[in-house]
Design a protein around this ligand. Structure first.
Ligand code: PLP
Length: 406
């Protein structure tokens, strides 16, 4: 195991700083390392593994399609993509979809389409369109996207940036309204900010933003790469407020935890502005990704995973809120996207994550003090019951007096 760590340290770029565990196998909500230790995966690759590791139905769909036809490019039609996109549009209530691979690519697609839409509809002259984004946003890591990040490390040293973005506070509809000007094309927002530390906006926020966008002729683009596909207890996090955005970004779980599949979806009049040759991706829409994505959607519906996430999420958050620990500042979240904020005067999020790891639970801190608990949606209540006392023990271990006792 330390061989692998040494090899990676020698040859991999240092853009990640992994914890010293070498994972070798996964099944459902569980992971096993090369030393044979088992861990409950409470990160699920940031929701990419919402269906659990190696779900048999998804693996079967993958293998079947891989043996038949995997990659063709969009130069030709293939017999999987249309079925996948039809199902995706039907489920999300969108008219059209543009398949990509990673979340960042789908967000890039959203940015390009919003700008072209604003130009083609005569709202904003070409080259002037502005997109409003939120403080604490996370939409990926391309140079355009980090250009409007508010996390200094994501930007510093990577400029120059193109501009065309305006940042407003998250959770404040008035700030959005005030920021809209004649050049505003779109408002790009995460219904719950994951990377920013599982920040849930005040109730009604999204619905108010949707009303403002409608009134001012601005596109509401929901980035549901992390919150979508059942994670928060509804198919889309937007559904909690009955909001149908003008456009939607999906990714992560869409690939069933097996392949990268993302999509930008929108109304007819929005995606309709793209002409052949305007945009594309070599791997986007490949039959392998489409077959796995389609099976993932069927699984989501047949197994009622959004409802399951709602029930188990309520259960988990309820049990966590009942823990009396000086280390636990706040428990927040929606569905199975739960954030534990650790009291800064007691310990760091990293220390808590390490204490969890020692007790067989894998996750990671974000923004210093917040530790995310976002297991696969197929996790069972018994597995949560296995985790809960361990979480409590980990909190006790990082708490000053309790720590001294143990
Ligand atoms: C992870 C994430 C992205 C970027 O997805 P990648 O597949 O890593 O490019 C975009 N938006 C949100 C909300 C995310 O959580």
């Amino acid at each position: 195991m330390s061989d692998m760590i040494a090899l990676e340290r020698r040859y991999a770029a240092r853009n990640y700083d992994p914890v010293p565990i070498v994972l070798a196998q996964g099944r459902g909500a569980w992971l096993t390392d090369t030393a044979g230790n088992r861990y409950l995966d409470m990160l699920s690759a940031y929701s990419a593994v919402s269906f659990g590791h190696s779900h048999p139905r998804l693996v079967e769909a993958l293998c079947r399609q891989a043996q038949r036809l995997a990659v063709t490019s969009r130069v030709f039609h293939n017999d999987r993509l249309p079925v996948f996109l039809a199902r995706l549009c039907e489920l999300t209530g969108m008219d059209r979809a543009l398949p990509m691979n990673t979340g960042a690519e789908a967000v890039e697609t959203a940015i390009k389409v919003a700008r072209k839409w604003a130009h083609v509809t005569g709202r904003v002259p070409d080259g002037r369109a502005q997109i409003i984004v939120c403080e604490g946003n996370f939409h990926g890591r391309t140079s355009t996207i980090v250009g409007f990040s508010t996390v200094p490390q994501y930007r510093t040293g990577f400029g120059p940036f193109g501009g065309g973005f305006r940042v407003v506070p998250f959770g404040d509809p008035r700030a959005l309204e005030a920021a809209i000007g004649p050049d505003t094309a779109a408002f790009l927002v995460e219904p719950v900010q994951g990377e920013a530390g599982v920040r849930v906006p005040p109730p009604g926020y999204l619905a108010e933003c949707a009303a403002i966008c409608r009134r001012r002729g601005v596109l509401l683009i929901a980035d549901e790469v992390q919150t979508g596909l059942g994670r928060t207890g509804r198919l889309l996090a937007c559904d909690h407020e009955g909001v149908r955005p003008d456009a939607l970004v999906l990714g992560k779980a869409l690939g069933g935890g097996l392949v990268p599949v993302s999509a930008f979806l929108a109304r007819e009049d929005v995606l309709g502005v793209l002409q052949p040759g305007d945009h594309g991706s070599t791997f986007g829409g490949n039959p392998l990704g489409a077959a796995v994505g389609l099976e993932a959607l069927e699984l989501l519906v047949e197994e009622g995973l959004p409802r399951r996430a709602a029930e188990l999420g309520d259960y988990l958050a309820g049990r966590l809120r009942a823990i009396d620990s000086p280390a636990l500042r706040e428990v927040r979240g929606l569905g199975l996207l739960v954030g534990l904020e650790i009291e800064a005067s007691v310990a760091t999020g990293a220390q808590f994550a390490a204490a969890l790891r020692e007790r067989g639970i894998l996750t990671r801190e974000t923004q210093g003090q917040v530790v995310r608990l976002a297991p696969a949606l197929v996790i069972g209540r018994e597995e949560l019951d296995w985790a809960l006392p361990r979480i409590e023990q980990a909190l006790a271990a990082i708490s000053p007096c309790e720590g001294a006792r143990s």
